[in-house]
Design a protein around this ligand. Structure first.
Ligand code: FAD
Ligand code: SF4
Length: 354
């Protein structure tokens, strides 16, 4: 059986679709769930508010990639504007634009969840078969240290000089050209995000993938969610056409990411314990740029290929990783350059750890 990729604009306004399971969001969570359910023989509809884009659309231009692939054109931020929140909005979600660093959830975190929240089913070795299956499907392997770009090499050398723990990172790539443009969509089809893995798996098992379809509200009959109303986005994914449709399903999966999923539940007035949206945690990244005498050209070469976990466990204090992110994002960089009164000609010789 083969599935369908449907542009929401082609549906009749006011249409009602029916399926076993309706999944909202086609990122790491949603696409993986959809593939598993389709392979188990269920009839699944996957809704994605962003567009369906492939390597032919990834032209490495920030001005095109951010509006096309990111939530709020890459400018999503906390209310006070203090923290930028990068999230994807496209078929594949954030996995289309992420930086390919792959870790298993650490044992101490699984233990914490079990001890504090009673999530025993995630503890011990219980997730190992799932980690192994995804590592195989996404071709997750250590990126050779000798391929680290200059930005990452500075982190490696600095940690070694200080006697800090440092290691080569595992990445989900196949045939990676080491170009460094992961955050703008991989033009080589090397990144093994959902776009190239679990979404094709789900489609070959019968998935109906509807893009440019924004889930607006879940409707209930008593305590059970029975339908969902969706609005149709224009091809730029920024504005609405004014049309809409309904999906009736036995089960709904809310996988719109850590900000949009609670928003959908709150819009739908599904908040039985008054906890939805109350415990959102951000993973802040603090950049530490430096100017070197020699060229670094940190936009070139795989991002985050080296990391240090020297300060992960600091007892009661918050721990942190040290990594060298890609330097393709202009805005924070421009701010640093301005504040340091540097000329942009220094850009090729600057490196950033975070
Ligand atoms: C630039 C960047 C770099 C990153 N680098 C790494 C990395 O190197 N390593 C790592 O482990 N993690 C990284 N991450 C994080 C990682 O990609 C995410 O944690 C992961 O993808 C989250 O999965 P998710 O399914 O919760 O959400 P997402 O993958 O974000 O998918 C959610 C999808 O749901 C859609 N959606 C939301 N609301 C609706 C709605 N109402 N209706 C329809 N669709 C909706 C969104 O458009 C989006 O496509 C990075 C993220 C970004 C943005
Ligand atoms: S480094 Fe380049 S080729 Fe490799 S995954 Fe990232 S964008 Fe694709």
């Amino acid at each position: 059986m083969s599935g369908q990729i449907i542009a929401a604009e082609t549906l009749t306004d006011g249409a009602t679709l029916t399926c076993d399971v309706c999944v909202v969001g086609s990122g790491a969570g949603g696409a993986t769930v959809a593939a598993g359910l389709c392979e188990a023989g269920l009839d699944v509809i996957l809704l994605e508010e962003g567009g369906y884009h492939t390597r032919r659309d990834f032209d490495l231009q920030e001005q095109n990639a951010y509006p096309m692939l990111y939530q709020e054109r890459g400018l999503r931020a906390t209310d006070d504007g203090a923290i930028t929140i990068l999230q994807g909005r496209n078929v594949g979600g954030s996995t289309t634009i992420n930086w390919t660093t792959c870790y298993r959830t650490p044992t101490r975190i699984l233990r914490h969840w079990a001890d504090r929240y009673g999530l025993d089913e995630l503890g011990g070795d219980k997730l190992n078969p799932h980690f192994e299956a995804m590592e195989a499907r996404l071709n997750i392997q250590e990126w050779p240290e000798e391929l680290a770009n200059e930005n990452n090499r500075r982190l490696l050398e600095g940690c070694r000089a200080l006697g800090y723990q440092v290691h080569a990172v595992k990445r989900n790539v196949r045939g990676c050209a080491n170009s460094g443009y992961c955050g703008l969509g991989c033009p080589h089809d090397a990144k093994q995000g959902m776009l190239l893995t679990t979404i094709p798996d789900a489609l070959s098992a019968g998935l109906r993938l509807i893009h440019h379809a924004q889930a607006v509200k879940l409707q209930r009959e008593g305590a059970k969610v029975t339908s969902l109303s969706a609005r149709v986005k224009r091809p730029d994914a920024q504005t609405d056409t004014g049309a809409g449709f309904t999906v009736n399903a036995k089960v709904f999966v809310c996988s719109g990411g850590a900000i949009n999923s609670p928003a959908l539940l709150l819009r739908s007035e599904i908040n039985p314990n008054k906890l939805v949206g109350q415990h959102t945690l951000l993973h802040p990244v603090v950049a530490m740029p430096a100017i070197y005498e020699q060229a670094i050209e940190g936009w070139s070469g795989a991002p985050q290929s080296i990391a240090s976990h020297q300060f992960v466990d600091r007892g009661p204090a918050m721990g942190f990783f040290m990594e060298a992110p890609p330097l393709s994002r202009c805005s924070p960089r421009a701010a640093f350059m301005a504040s340091a009164r540097c000329r942009l000609t220094s850009c090729p010789s600057s490196a950033t750890s975070a």
